[in-house]
Ligand binder design. Structure first.
Ligand SMILES: NC(=O)c1ccc[n+]([C@@H]2O[C@H](COP(=O)([O-])OP(=O)(O)OC[C@H]3O[C@@H](n4cnc5c(N)ncnc54)[C@H](OP(=O)(O)O)[C@@H]3O)[C@@H](O)[C@H]2O)c1
Length: 251
């Protein structure tokens, strides 16, 4: 039986992915700091293993994934992540520190666990960044900057892990209507473009990983829009993004 471990797999995109892999016949491990936060009923799933683990703690993450995999792991999905409604003027040390830890350090730790478990055996590690990484402008949020770091690290590790037989994949979702995104937007996602459900996101990610894609970016319409915006002169792009952020805040 094939195995997958998903950090941050107890809610949102991670939980939808866990369900997708269970339905495909995988043995699935999921871990987060508070697994019962969303109130999901994990008991009906015979091949699901749920762990309480902080992905920023390398030793704890290693122990957890070793216990789950018993030396055989096919896929590791680094999905643990943290985001807030972080307009630049509200930047704080606490928020930035949490973003760096939960997005960057947690990904780096997952890459290290993948090396230990997969080198010379083969395997895949998929790291969740964000579609916002492709829109580079002056006032991008700390969250986007962290996810750009995740993308940069993923690219460097892809080259380094190639000889070890480990595939490194970067995943860039657009807006996905997870409970966390809903909470941050007071349950109103009407101002967000091209929103999809966690189940739709999981389907795209599952097939992307199965096909061995290095880069999984969705929804395509959003990606096209971003690539067009990125062609604009920097000053114009900055003005558009500034106006958009203000409009979203006021309405
Ligand atoms: N939803 C979107 O629109 C969207 C768009 C682009 C990218 N993303 C990315 O997709 C991923 C999932 O997002 P989501 O919307 O599904 O959010 P979510 O429901 O809040 O899921 C994030 C998961 O990560 C876990 N987590 C956070 N820090 C952790 C840590 N230090 N150790 C272990 N687990 C940790 C959380 O659980 P605990 O808090 O209990 O630990 C939670 O299970 C994130 O990386 C996010 O940045 C989301």
């Amino acid at each position: 039986m094939k195995t997958v471990f998903i950090t941050g797999g107890t809610s949102g995109i991670g939980w939808a992915l866990a369900q997708r892999y269970l339905s495909a016949g995988y043995r699935v491990g999921i871990g987060s700091r508070t697994p019962d936060k969303e109130g999901h009923d994990f008991t009906p799933y015979t091949h699901l293993f749920v762990y309480s683990v902080d992905a920023t703690d390398l030793t704890a993450l290693k122990d957890t994934i070793h216990t789950f995999s018993q030396g055989q792991l096919d896929i590791l999905i680094a999905g643990a992540g943290n985001y807030t409604d972080s307009a630049l003027e509200h930047i704080s040390w606490q928020e930035t520190n949490a973003m760096i830890d939960n997005n960057i350090k947690a990904t780096l730790n997952a890459l290290e666990v993948a090396r230990e478990l997969m080198q010379n055996k083969g395997g895949t590690i998929a790291c969740i960044a964000s579609i916002s990484t492709f829109l580079d402008y002056e006032e991008a949020t700390i969250y986007t900057r962290c996810k750009q770091a995740v993308l940069a690290i993923t690219k460097a590790y892809r080259r380094a892990y190639r000889d070890k037989g480990i595939e490194v994949i970067a995943i860039h979702p657009g807006y996905v209507a997870t409970p966390r995104l809903m909470e941050l937007n007071s349950d109103d996602l009407s101002k967000k473009q091209y929103v999809i459900t966690p189940t739709e996101a999981a389907e795209i990610i599952y097939h992307g990983i199965t096909q061995g894609k290095q880069l999984i970016v969705f929804p395509k319409k959003m990606y096209r829009l971003i690539r067009c915006l990125q062609l604009l002169p920097k000053g114009i792009l900055q003005r558009i993004m500034h106006k958009k952020a203000k409009w979203q805040k006021q309405n």
